[in-house]
Design a binder for this molecule. Sequence first.
Ligand SMILES: NC(=O)c1ccc[n+]([C@@H]2O[C@H](COP(=O)([O-])OP(=O)(O)OC[C@H]3O[C@@H](n4cnc5c(N)ncnc54)[C@H](O)[C@@H]3O)[C@@H](O)[C@H]2O)c1
Length: 296
Amino acid sequence: MRGLRMQRVLVTGAAGRIGTVACALLAEHGARVTALSDVAPPAGFPADRVVVGDTRSEADVAAALEGADLVVHLAARPHRTAGTPYEVYTTNVVSTFNVLAQAAGRGIRRAVVAGSINAYGLPQNDHDLIPAYFPIDEHIPRDISDWYSLSKHNDESASRMVWRHWGMDVVTLRFPHVNSAAALAQVAQTHADDPRSGLREAWSYLDTRDAARAIALGLIASTTGAHALFLAARTTSAPYRTEDLLDVFAPDAPRLRRFPGREVPMDLVPSQVLLGFEAHHELELPTLDLPGGLAG
Ligand SMILES: NC(=O)c1ccc[n+]([C@@H]2O[C@H](COP(=O)([O-])OP(=O)(O)OC[C@H]3O[C@@H](n4cnc5c(N)ncnc54)[C@H](O)[C@@H]3O)[C@@H](O)[C@H]2O)c1
């Protein structure tokens, strides 16, 4: 990733799960990383500049943006339970507006933002909804009933506004569940025992190392405008054939194509075409028959 060499990249939420791995990868590819975090990163953190501050603060973000060429915005309350509804919603939308508007206002040309699969609203929905069709894609109808999903949906609108007003190109990565291989193996066990629990996320997942690589690819991609892209590993986190899962748990949802083996029922083509992204780290799971007892 030669395009990152000597680029000053501001990473917000740098000390978090995805940020830690992303900062290391960016530094490995020659970027000079400024880490903005509300908690001090540990000694030896892969950033040559650290700003301890709040992404909601105009002054803190202005200080962190000094000298920046590119921005990666990850700081957020990452779940509907990560604070009160007010804290989750306002932290996320104020931070995203503040970081993107200040970056664009200073003439920075490109940002990558951590979006979420939750922008379409179903995974954390209060109601027992089933996606309108498979694969889940950029046109999937939304139904939002929680403040976290609303914040991620509104962040995408903020990104479009920033592009339209200032012309800064933005790539929003609609991450599915992102975690270490060990933690994802536990999710896979949950989906083996209770496969329906993964339905509204299309049993999608991404290894943290792949999330970091998608961020780096987003920074060097040649896309213009504001894009929001689904991305995931090519396979599901359930040890069953995808067609069997859909037959049992979403029999009435139209399928726009077939899903051989454990192929994830999510449209990965835009992230492949626009970013050149394909996951490198997949769960090694068997492909089993769906036990009859789980189908109820
Ligand atoms: N991990 C996932 O499964 C997942 C899935 C979809 C989307 N995302 C998104 O990816 C991003 C990173 O997620 P993560 O899993 O690394 O979460 P994380 O909680 O590990 O990291 C987020 C970091 O942001 C920091 N932060 C929060 N509010 C801040 C503020 N006001 N000012 C400065 N820093 C602040 C936190 O201290 C934390 O270090 C988030 O935007 C999250 O919504 C994560």
